[in-house]
Design a protein around this ligand. Sequence first.
Ligand code: COA
Ligand code: AMP
Length: 628
Amino acid sequence: MSYAQVYGQWQQDPEGFWLTAAGGIDWVRKPTKALNADRAPLYEWFTDAEVNTCWNAVDRHVIAGRGKQPAIIHDSPVTGTKHVITYAELRDRVARLAGALKARGIEKGDRVIIYMPMVPEALEAMLACARLGAIHSVVFGGFAAHELAVRIDDCTPKAIIAASCGIEPSRVVHYKPLLDAAIDQATHKPDFCVIFQREQEVAKLTPGRDVAWHEFQYGVEPADCVPVAGNHPAYILYTSGTTGAPKGVVRPTAGHLVALNWTMRAIYNCGAGDVFWAASDVGWVVGHSYICYGPLIAGCTTVVYEGKPVGTPDAAAFWRVINEHKVRSFFTAPTALRAIKRDDPDGKLVPPLPTLQALYLAGERADPDTIHWAQTHLKVPVIDHWWQTETGYAIAANPLGIEHLPVKIGSPSVPMPGFDVQVLDEGGHPVSPGTLGAIAIKLPLPPGTLPTLWNAEDRFRKSYLNHFPGYYETGDAGYVDADGYLYIMARTDDVINVAGHRLSTGAMEEVLASHKDVAECAVIGVADELKGQSPLGFLCLNKGSNRPHDEVVKECVQLVRDQIGPVADFKRAVVVDRLPKTRSGKILRGTMVKIADGQPWKMPATIDDPAILDEITQALQSLGLARG
Ligand code: COA
Ligand code: AMP
């Protein structure tokens, strides 16, 4: 069947389409109905089903005779180790960890925070929660204690599972002191913490609260899979919004299973026995969907890579992993390829890659140069696909497992079944092809996408549903061409994308504003050749402040690192007298971005005082920017 036929099939009978896809999942109780519109515009899928995620990702493959197949390959250049876990071993390890959690009182519906680097134990912790119907929330290791504390208070976990440390090429990341500081800062306290001690750093445990990973599991009864309702939250994953408070995206169990299983074949063209590798981190949605759940649900072998695209040891690291582990489908962010391209512009380090079928890119806009480089040197289809934490899988892609459509560079191709993508004007009316607008998706969203935000239904409605009634607002702007190909051009909100990481400028502004010398501030994302965007702060100091500007800037940079974390990559700020604003007081961030990037810009008609832009331009030029 062609893509057009499959998409047409879905359009004609969306519920029938997803019920058929549900056939790929082992159910405790099969769904009798696909869509539940009782609370429209809030929708659910497969509400009346009963199912267990861990069973589908692990146990069923052992029963099907795949017990000896590698489930996880851990390849860790930062520790110089490699190690394989088969499906049978994974089942035993996960059942034991789940048993230990159960013995300490973790039950269906309880929340468990996981704060771990790229080790197989992170996936085991996720799967152990899924086995019990506990709701996990994984927090990325590059976030600081404060961000962890905010998440602890929002999802009120009964337990936290953490590692003693993570390893960045340049330093050891001390997870345990960050965890301790976060628990100190948070109002909610977990009952207990399980600490996975790594040999690179053995952490000091807090008596009465912390227990070591192995000791915790010693002698426990392994736990069976607990059936949960189709709409039961599988996990909460926090993502950046416009303000400092992250949004807790809820992932519903049954839809997640059905949709990910469908994408593994349709988009990634992988099935049981194939090796799949997403070079991301378990702290991000890509890590949830395509390091942990998707490949395992489909019976693939997943690669857990603890290293970087360059420097561990060089720009050939990815190609070594692909060849050594016989990777069939490989997924990474364009920024990682840009880093490789910078070190190896002529592709001299790229060997023949006989097992590789395709390269998938997502997380940020894939620029044409990077795609050309990859096409030329990897000699496989390069597939850009567009998605968000909220959806959990691709909204638009080139579905290689259905049909390899012509590639249009700069476009993540076409909408996937389940997504009726429309480009709207400010009034909510669809615009004609080629016209830029807000990208929205006609409700209902398909199975597996977010039904709501954790404990924040009002915020869910306000953030996604209210602006364009009947649609989900993606927060991205772009256009559709005459062939139906989508082009994602920019965000419509204050979210920026740094090295494939989604960050909130609003959150950084909240931190800067807390500095005692800062009266007012603004953060924008300026174009960056390697990372796509890079944050830049403008600081207006309090009237009586006569501190040297470079001192204040240095403290502000440190403050963002301490409060949000190194992942924010906030390294540049500049002191200015005033910020450009509209007459109603809105900061003109968009204009500042254009000036910084040296792009053509127009004087906003609503600007309060045009002279301020000269001052901003000079400040930007002092940083080597605004050189149009
Ligand atoms: N734990 C702790 N700290 C982390 C971290 C983690 N898991 N990941 C990154 N950091 C830190 C880095 O050490 C760095 O700290 P520094 O300021 O002390 O140097 C900071 O966060 C910024 O890191 P990063 O964005 O990784 O920049 P980099 O300059 O070290 O590397 C790239 C540049 C392009 C190689 C890197 O950004 C990369 O691999 N990007 C791909 C990201 C990706 O796969 N995203 C997928 C999301 S789908
Ligand atoms: P995240 O929720 O962290 O996955 O970030 C989602 C955002 O990243 C999207 O809303 C887009 O702004 C951006 N994004 C992801 N994939 C792409 C892509 N293929 N092309 C352009 N932008 C993308």
